[in-house]
Design a protein around this ligand. Structure first.
Ligand code: ZN
Ligand code: ZN
Length: 187
């Protein structure tokens, strides 16, 4: 089992909505394959808002506090990871290892990414709808297909244009800040 890139303790296998993820019991970060991350974000329903579910605002506070600016070496191959975002509309920075196709998410970032994706997809706010169309949130679906069919990469992926690029360059799109977006989503 790989070790946490921040605290160096052994990661443990846990279950997140039916998907196996590796988590650190010290900092509560998550080490997950890109394919599993896409699956959770797109296909796993976020938990119903119950008394134990933190509000998006509280979750944003946790994410902001637990955010690590330092680039970590990959827990598997030791190569320096890249700080990036899953999608320009989701202002959550995560660390990617392109070689292992794995992602490191600091505490709260997996739940935040998943809940923002669902909130942005379902929002009826005209401002959100406009931005959603502009940044083609649906393109995440194509990303999943691309992950499953690496053979279509190269020219075919290039032809599909900007929306298909992965990972999305940091800071592109919306200029969102996490707290501003959470405030807009009215939770
Ligand atoms: Zn840790
Ligand atoms: Zn790696």
């Amino acid at each position: 089992m790989p070790r946490c890139p921040g605290c160096f303790v052994m990661l443990t296998m846990t279950n997140y909505g039916g998907v196996n993820v590796k988590t650190c019991n010290s900092c509560f970060g998550t080490w997950i394959s890109r394919v599993s991350l896409m699956h959770i974000v797109r296909a796993v329903e976020p938990p119903d808002a119950g008394p134990d579910t933190p509000s998006l605002k509280d979750l944003a506070a946790l994410v902001t506090e637990g955010h690590n600016k330092r680039r970590f070496p990959c827990p598997e191959c030791r190569q320096q990871m890249t700080i990036d975002r899953l999608h320009p509309m989701i202002p959550v920075d995560m660390q990617f290892c392109g070689k292992c196709a794995y992602v490191w998410l600091d505490v709260g970032k997996l739940a935040m990414t998943q809940r923002l994706y669902h909130a942005l997809t379902n929002s009826t706010d005209p401002k959100i709808i406009e931005i959603r169309e502009r940044y083609a949130l649906a393109s995440l679906g194509m990303e999943v297909q691309k992950e499953r069919m690496p053979a279509i990469g190269g020219a075919a992926a290039g032809a599909l244009g900007q929306a298909m690029r992965y990972p999305t360059p940091y800071g592109v799109g919306g200029g969102f800040d996490l707290n501003t977006l959470v405030g807009m989503l009215d939770f």
